[in-house]
Write a protein that binds this ligand. Structure first.
Ligand SMILES: *[C@@H]1O[C@H](CO)[C@@H](O)[C@H](O)[C@H]1NC(C)=O
Length: 326
């Protein structure tokens, strides 16, 4: 028994091998239904998942909701029905590296590419001349800012933006406080291959729980759906590359903030004030100062970083009154 550590080692190796090869969880019926009502289109040989619904007769308005990190278009499931009552078409995609879309390894994920994917989808659906309302959250806010920059500067292939409604996102690097896990994964260096593989459900749900308010925590089933959507196509192995968006925001800060400052497109922001990533009142003070033309809504005190999931009714009503205001 002197060399107990050899025994421990011999036991650990197979356990670790099993752990590292745990397949992603099965899709819940809800997530399965979400995927089976969706479709794919091809962008640079990658399959991009999207979902489209046709709604209100008598309206020709189109809305494209853009999801956040590290989740997927499934973030919009609670307000989807509400959007169909106001819009003619609702189109939501999973960004490359997220949800049901392809998640290539050794790929340089970037906000610029995600914006090009949105443009390609709009073109694929024959909507390039149509006015598009963008509704965005978190990571999606940054993609929306790049789309707005291209639209206002009439870049080739740009979409026509009719309005933009942002929600809790790291619009200003100076008021953005990424979670420890985001920093570790972003700058993990040689530990990355270990970190991305050790990330498991408990770790993940704890991290996500911290960015939801105390009274609006996800249910166990909702945590599993978020985790499943991340694990599909080995998405856990590409989060470090996707997280480079934090550096991209810093590098292109002026381009993306000025896109908001300079635009004449109607702007609104829906903000959950308990957000630890973009804290109150620091964030909104900066927003009001730099983007005074934008209207804004601050939701109840206990709503945090995922307002469309934490307060879907408040979120939807606020969004629809913005849409009906211009
Ligand atoms: C915003 O407007 C200013 C002043 O006209 C201009 O110098 C700047 O380049 C514009 N920024 C962007 C990102 O278009």
């Amino acid at each position: 028994m002197k060399e107990w550590w050899i025994q421990v080692g011999l036991l650990t190796v197979p356990l670790l091998a099993v752990y590292l090869n745990i397949p992603p969880p099965n899709l819940s019926p809800a997530l399965f239904a979400w995927r089976s009502t969706g479709a794919f289109f091809t962008f640079n040989e990658q399959q991009i998942s999207y979902r489209e619904s046709w709604g209100a007769v008598g309206s020709s308005d189109v809305v494209i909701p853009l999801h956040g990190f590290p989740t997927s278009s499934y973030d919009w499931y609670k307000i989807w029905e509400g959007l169909t009552q106001r819009f003619h078409r609702i189109i939501a995609l999973d960004f490359i590296g997220f949800g049901f879309s392809d998640k290539p390894r050794f790929h340089r994920y970037s906000i610029f590419e995600q914006a090009s994917i949105v443009e390609a989808l709009v073109s694929h659906l024959g909507l390039i001349d149509q006015k598009i309302n963008i509704l965005s959250h978190d990571y999606g806010d940054t993609v929306a800012q790049e789309l707005l920059y291209r639209y206002d500067n009439r870049k080739k292939g740009h979409i026509n933006i009719g309005s933009l409604c942002l929600s809790n996102g790291g619009i200003f690097p100076e008021t953005h406080h990424p979670r420890l896990i985001q920093k570790l994964l972003k700058d993990g260096g040689i530990f990355l291959p270990i970190l991305t593989r050790l990330m498991n459900f408990l770790f993940f749900s704890k991290g996500i729980g911290e960015v939801f308010g105390p009274y609006t925590q996800p249910s166990e089933a909702e945590y599993w759906d978020m985790w499943t959507a991340l694990r599909i196509n080995e998405g856990n192995l590409v989060v470090d590359s996707i997280l480079q968006y934090i550096n991209q925001r810093r590098k292109h800060r002026d381009r993306w903030v000025e896109a908001l400052t300079n635009t004449s497109v109607p702007l609104h922001i829906i903000y959950g004030p308990l957000d630890p990533v973009n804290p109150h009142p620091e964030f909104m003070e900066q927003y009001k100062k730099l983007i005074p033309k934008s209207t804004f809504t601050i939701l109840d005190d206990h709503i945090s970083h995922y307002p469309q999931l934490e307060d879907p009714t408040g979120f939807r009503n606020t969004y629809l009154s913005f849409i009906n205001s211009f």
